[in-house]
Design a protein around this ligand. Structure first.
Ligand code: NAD
Ligand code: IPM
Ligand code: MN
Length: 364
């Protein structure tokens, strides 16, 4: 039976970048991959259509899909909405929570062709290959109680709850240890155990898991130091495991080491291997509709989908190679362009990757 893929383009540059990524899925289908691709609005686009950021029917279609490809949600049009539960971002958070997508993999890999696009010196970043494992369905993003209130004296306050159950820490810990076993066998757990009890528990659980993964060297680092070390000497890291909010922040910092946030893909996986795939960046309202957005993070997210949810590692590798070939040819969207390279639009970048993907197939 065909595998079902649900594409959720979303807002801002979302439709532009998913259009290009979807072309890679279509190219795979032409080569015999048995998939059925379906599409639905999400986020602000869905608010404008129906008043809610995620339609019940879309959630059901996502549940029934083997994999979901999401562009990005949000934008200034919806920023004045004070009820957080009705904003575009909530659509994404509900999808993650309802599908149980607790394991977020964010690989920060510097393509050798992009060393000059990184904001750090070549000797600091060349060869960079970090995997950030971010917990995605718990922590302060989801903890209760939460809210904004006004006291009797008229002063306002807001609060959120940073909470993790030990089973949530253990299952993301296992994902990270197993990832480290497949890679360089070094795992750095990032927390704030000098201040926050919840992350003291986080550290205890990671230590408790360690004996089961004796071949992995576990270390711990406070998140403020980790942010500093990522820009000082990022190659010291192999796999990083951390909670929802710290992982959100550190992955954007790591993205820049790879040349641009437009290069960072992600996979969000649940316990049964079902996954949602999306670039780490947002809807980039400042460049939306201009054909300038870099589609590579989304295209590389399709490669992750093929690898993690569709068991098609060889097609995944071909997409990654096609991206490399296009970068070898000097093609660059604005965010990764520099002197001596050829500036291309979002669609031209998509064209080039599809062509390189097909060429690699012809040569087989
Ligand atoms: P952003 O990631 O959208 O943009 C930050 C900067 O990076 C901007 O200058 C943007 O132009 C640039 N950028 C991002 N992606 C790019 C790409 N593919 N190519 C070239 N340049 C790119 O972050 P923001 O501005 O803080 O957020 C904008 C909106 O996106 C907000 O509504 C936010 O909530 C939402 N957001 C959504 C997601 C998601 O859907 N997963 C992630 C982050 C932010
Ligand atoms: C991301 C985004 C989301 C997050 C927002 C849009 C909810 O920043 O995917 O990195 O904070 O997880
Ligand atoms: Mn983010």
């Amino acid at each position: 039976m065909s595998k079902k893929i649900l594409v959720l383009p979303g807002d801002g540059i979302g439709p532009e970048i998913t259009r290009e990524a979807r072309r890679l899925l279509e190219a795979c289908r032409h080569e015999g991959l048995d998939i059925a691709i379906d599409e639905a609005p999400v986020g602000g686009a869905e608010i404008d259509r129906s008043g809610v950021p995620l339609a019940a029917d879309t959630l059901e279609r996502a549940r029934a899909a083997d994999a979901v490809l999401l562009g990005a949600v949000g934008g200034p049009q919806w920023d004045s909405m004070s009820d957080i539960s009705k904003r575009p971002e909530k659509g994404l958070l509900v999808l993650r929570k309802e599908l149980g997508l607790f394991g977020n993999l964010r690989p920060a890999i510097l393509y050798p062709q992009l060393v000059a696009a990184s904001s750090l010196k070549p000797e600091v970043v060349s060869g960079l290959d970090i995997m950030i494992v971010r917990e995605l369905t718990g922590g302060i993003y989801f903890g209760q109680p939460r809210g904004r209130e006004t006291r009797d004296d008229g002063s306002r306050y807001g609060y959120n709850t940073y909470v993790y159950d030990e089973h949530e820490i253990r299952r993301i810990g296992r994902v990270a240890f197993e990832m480290a076993q497949k890679r360089g066998k070094r795992l750095c757990s990032v927390d704030k155990a000098n201040v926050l009890e919840v992350t003291m528990l986080w550290r205890d659980i990671m230590n408790e898991l360690a004996p089961e993964y004796a071949d992995v060297e576990l270390s711990h680092m406070y998140v403020d130091n980790a942010a500093m070390q990522l820009v000082r000497a990022p190659k010291q890291f192999d796999v990083i495991v951390t909670g929802n909010m710290f992982g959100d922040i550190l992955s954007d910092a790591a993205a820049m080491l790879t040349g641009s946030i437009g290069m960072l893909p992600s996979a969000s996986l649940n316990e049964s291997g079902q996954g949602m795939y999306e670039p780490c960046h947002g809807s980039a309202p400042d460049i939306a509709g201009q054909g300038q957005a870099n589609p590579l993070a989304t295209i590389l997210s399709v490669a992750m989908m093929l690898r993690y949810s569709l068991d098609e590692a060889s097609l995944a590798g071909r997409i990654e190679q096609a991206v490399g070939a296009v970068l070898d040819d000097g093609l660059r969207t604005a965010d990764i362009a520099y002197e001596g390279t050829t500036r291309v639009s979002t669609a031209e970048m998509g064209d080039a990757v599809v062509a390189a993907f097909k060429k690699a197939g012809d040569q087989k």
